[in-house]
Design a protein around this ligand. Structure first.
Ligand code: ZN
Length: 310
């Protein structure tokens, strides 16, 4: 007799669709980005990466971050995060009273250079400045370590080295660390490898998050492997859009509705109402003007009753 793996009772999902999802797209007007965030809130999503305070010249789709934040109905129940690349961005985000800052650096030296034109060490020191300013404002900082499972430039990432980088960030005052599979190189086996390394370092706990991309179709399997290891915090994007403009063929994020539908079926609570989330995914489709790459967005959860097609 095999026993079933024990999954966490609940998970926290941060929807990064308004940021990671829309970032590589043609710019969507501010009012419609507000509408997307509001539709996620209406579905019960309690953490949302809504904007990035980056140069509008470099990333036109993220222009108007302060205006988007101004337009969102804020409540204690919802954590609104902003991605910030530097101290100036952090200061602007704090002026807009965000609840959380996200910062990124890459485990891959080459990717980091291409993404932010800094070495990994330079990014670490930029993050230290941001952490100081956020701490003064009482705002938590989540560091997203991109290419945590490898990069197209350097190949596989050594989990022990990834964890050592995370430990330095946490020692420096970063509140939480999220391990990002930026180019879809993670597999269930490699989720176990990272979980083993986190466990050895005493870091396998609620502060640990995963940011999954579905480039090679492994994202949902990776999420469930992580759940079996007790990881219960995930970044996903409504509609499954996304993908770094700096990593060719990066592929979309794990779609929020795909994860939520599977978690609902597994009896793991997310606080999110699947049919309203599907409405948000269909709104994304309207905003980008093409079908989103998510079966759940189009067919609904497995229990939805509708006429079979084809
Ligand atoms: Zn991403």
């Amino acid at each position: 007799m095999h026993s079933r793996p024990v999954l966490p009772h609940s998970v926290t999902i941060r929807d990064v669709g308004p940021r990671d999802g829309l970032q590589p797209e043609a710019p969507v007007p501010v009012e419609r980005r507000i509408e997307l965030v509001e539709s996620l809130i209406a579905a019960g999503v309690s953490r949302i990466e809504a904007v990035a305070f980056v140069s509008p010249k470099a990333v036109p789709a993220m222009a108007g971050a302060a205006e988007v934040l101004d337009g969102i109905t804020r409540s204690e129940a919802v954590t609104i995060a902003a991605l910030v690349p530097n101290l100036r961005g952090a200061e602007m985000a704090l002026e807009s009273e965000v609840d959380e800052l996200t910062v990124t650096l890459s485990f891959s030296e080459t990717y980091n250079q291409r993404n932010v034109k800094m070495s990994v060490a330079e990014s670490e020191s930029a993050i230290a400045d941001i952490v100081r300013s956020a701490a003064a404002a009482g705002v938590p900082v989540d560091a997203v370590v991109s290419c945590s499972f490898g990069s197209p430039y350097e190949g596989d990432a050594d989990p022990a080295e990834v964890v050592a980088l995370a430990q330095r960030l946490l020692d420096g005052g970063t509140t939480t660390v999220t391990y990002a599979d930026t180019t879809g190189m993670a597999t269930p086996r490699r989720i176990h490898d990272l979980a083993d390394a986190l466990d050895s370092a005493g870091l396998l706990g609620p502060s640990t998050g995963l940011h999954l991309h579905d480039t090679r179709g492994t994202a949902l399997a990776n999420a469930f492997t992580a759940l079996e290891r007790g990881i219960s915090r995930f970044d996903t994007a409504v509609g499954g859009l996304g993908g770094s403009p700096f990593a060719h063929g990066a592929g979309g994020n794990l779609a929020t509705e795909v994860l939520v539908a599977a978690l609902d079926d597994a009896g793991v609570s997310t606080g999110i109402e699947i049919e309203r989330l599907v409405d948000a995914a269909l709104l994304v489709e309207e905003l980008v003007g093409r079908p989103v790459p998510s079966g759940v967005a189009h067919q609904g959860p497995r229990t939805r009753r509708s006429a079979p097609q084809g």
